[in-house]
Design a protein around this ligand. Structure first.
Ligand SMILES: Nc1ncnc2c1ncn2[C@@H]1O[C@H](COP(=O)(O)OP(=O)(O)O)[C@@H](O)[C@H]1O
Ligand SMILES: O=C(O)C1=C[C@@H](OP(=O)(O)O)[C@@H](O)[C@H](O)C1
Ligand SMILES: [Mg+2]
Length: 172
């Protein structure tokens, strides 16, 4: 059984969908951000504030590789930036993984993130107008890396349950 990796921009639903998928198929789910927080014993926003983003990216890469080396099947929910640093995007193409890009439009992302930004240091201090501009540029820059995934699932106008079904169809 290959490891299942969910990736995509902040707010596309990686953590939410991975949890539901895990419940549905009985394969354990590990959220990379939570794994990092437990390992470093600091919240993501504190790591960014006290150690800086470059340090976070180094730890993020090490933790991603550690999870990929697990022997048992797992579902891994990445952070939004994970594929865009180190050689992480190359790791999405490995034979022993199934990587799935949860693709969301700018409108979907702004809608979800405006309700939910305080723990996301890259956008925590932006108002809705600034956030829309930031996401538009940032998503464009990151799309190259997200498109390295083996599969893409469009999540706009889909419920959590529908997206889980879309993923199951790909895995079948
Ligand atoms: N159809 C949907 N699919 C996934 N998430 C949704 C959906 N509708 C609303 N949400 C909300 O959007 C947010 C997605 O956040 P999260 O799962 O943390 O994303 P990520 O881990 O990709 O940053 C959650 O608050 C979730 O409840
Ligand atoms: O896009 C990013 O660079 C980040 C996304 C976050 O994860 P989510 O995508 O789960 O919010 C978290 O890893 C950190 O705040 C940086
Ligand atoms: Mg997440």
């Amino acid at each position: 059984m290959k490891k299942i990796i969910l990736l995509g921009y902040m707010g596309c639903g990686k953590s939410t969908i991975a949890k539901e998928l895990s419940n549905k198929i009985g394969i354990p789910f590990i959220d990379l951000d939570e794994f990092i927080e437990k390992k470093v014993k600091m919240a993501i926003k504190t790591i960014f504030a006290e150690k800086g983003e470059i340090h976070f990216r180094k730890v993020e890469h090490e933790c991603f590789v550690e999870l990929l080396n697990y022997k048992e099947p797992i579902i891994i929910g990445l952070g939004g930036g994970t594929p865009c640093y180190a050689n992480n995007h190359e790791l999405l193409k490995r034979d022993d993984v199934q990587s799935i890009y949860l693709k969301a439009s700018i409108e979907t992302l702004v809608g979800r993130l405006s309700l939910n930004k305080s723990n996301r240091p890259l956008i925590a201090n932006k108002n809705d107008v600034e956030m829309k501009e930031f996401i538009a540029t940032h998503l464009f820059e990151r799309s190259y890396y997200y498109n390295q995934a083996q599969h893409t699932v469009v999540v706009d106008q889909r419920t959590i349950a529908q997206t889980v079904e879309d993923i199951l169809a790909i895995l079948a």
